[in-house]
Design a binder for this molecule. Structure first.
Ligand SMILES: [Zn+2]
Length: 78
């Protein structure tokens, strides 16, 4: 599985062009809950002290170009 990671100050976006979970499927709602779980597990390993909730923001099975999981980063007090 190949994922592109796009990052800015506010969020990380994991973009998976060939998501194995919804390859060849057509769904009305997104079908890659397992992908969200993978991202969540990866975050927990990389940053165990930070509590981040990944959210699926796009899915190929619903017609999106790629499956996308977005993690909104905590913003420090400014
Ligand atoms: Zn998907």
């Amino acid at each position: 599985m190949q994922a592109d990671l796009l990052a800015d100050d506010e969020r990380l976006v994991f973009s998976v062009a060939r998501c194995p979970f919804c390859e060849g499927r057509t769904l009305e709602t997104s079908g890659c809950t397992p992908l969200v779980g993978l991202v969540e597990a990866a975050i927990r390993v990389a940053a165990p002290d930070v509590h981040l909730i990944p959210e699926e923001t796009g899915c190929r099975a619903t017609g999106n170009a790629a499956c996308e999981v977005t993690v909104v980063l905590p913003q420090g007090p400014s």
